[in-house]
Design a protein around this ligand. Structure first.
Ligand code: 3PY
Ligand code: MG
Length: 273
């Protein structure tokens, strides 16, 4: 009996799209649930990131989320807790096809991140039992070195000031602006972001640098309307809010539609999650 079979993974379509100059739209999994990841995966996101940095997700559940995303036809990614070889190498082995790496503040941080995405001789990744290996086309080492997506986060003033060096490091596939940490690093309140602010000027500065050096720029967006606006501006790697934001917003809307005035505990202006 042949069984139901599985699809072999050729190229990483997110990496290909970015290289072609296209925009990609991702979803953000904070609910620590493979069932949520499975529900999100077939909806049409180009990639889905499990947020290991800012959610209580455990290791086994992270693996289950990657499986669920893959099953639904999405590209599994993760935002790891730190620019650390242990997190990077374990998360890649667990089945991520790309990593979003927080707090990359200088060229050396970016060089370190890239090194841990690649096996020797190009990098410093240790070789082990990677979960995706049976699913890819061809030789695992070559596939992995060519297809893992390295996305560095620009989320401090220092990072924005060094964005030219950071985004010029070979192997940095894209950057992803974290607007909230960027605001905190500027010493401003979260309601001081938006059009006409210094915060927005820094975001646009990073976009211009990315376009100058040829590295795609992304951002975590509040909602679909912002994703659309940022794509029109030239951003290419956009995350649309989060699973938690979708659920709480819908719940609030439905309660309001039902005419129920209850506690207002939902996200406030400037909060992504
Ligand atoms: C931030 O806004 O700081 C983020 O990390 C968003 O993902
Ligand atoms: Mg952040």
């Amino acid at each position: 009996m042949p069984g139901i079979g599985f699809t072999r993974i050729g190229r990483n379509p997110v990496k290909e799209a970015l290289i072609s100059g296209d925009a990609t739209i991702g979803g953000w999994i904070t609910f620590s649930s493979a069932v949520v990841a499975e529900a999100m995966a077939p909806l049409g996101f180009d990639w889905l990131a499990v947020d290991i940095q800012h959610s209580p997700v455990g290791w086994d559940t992270t693996v289950s989320c990657f499986r669920a995303i893959q099953l639904g036809g999405g590209v599994p990614m993760a935002r790891i807790p730190w620019n650390d070889p242990v997190w990077m190498q374990r998360t890649l082995d667990a089945g991520a096809m790309g990593l979003i790496i927080p707090m990359i503040n200088c060229e050396a941080d970016a060089v370190k991140a890239v090194a841990n995405m690649h096996y020797s001789p190009a990098g410093e990744r240790s070789y082990g039992g990677s979960r995706l290996r049976p699913y890819v086309q061809g030789d695992w080492k070559s596939w992995s070195d060519a297809n893992m997506l390295c996305v560095v986060m620009i989320e401090t003033v220092e990072a924005a000031q060094h964005s030219d060096e950071i985004l010029s490091v070979p192997g940095v596939d894209a950057c992803f602006i974290g607007p909230v940490d960027l605001a905190l690093s500027m010493g401003i309140r979260l309601d001081q972001m938006g059009p006409g602010t210094e915060h927005e000027a820094l975001i646009q500065h990073v976009l211009q640098v990315g376009q100058k050096v040829g590295t795609p720029v992304g951002k975590h967006c509040n909602d679909g309307a912002e994703v659309r606006q940022r794509i029109a501006e030239g951003f290419q790697f956009l995350a649309c809010a989060s699973d938690a934001r979708f659920m709480t917003k819908q719940a609030q809307d439905e309660l309001a539609a039902a005419g129920v005035e209850r506690r207002k505990t939902g996200s406030k202006k400037g909060e992504l999650y």
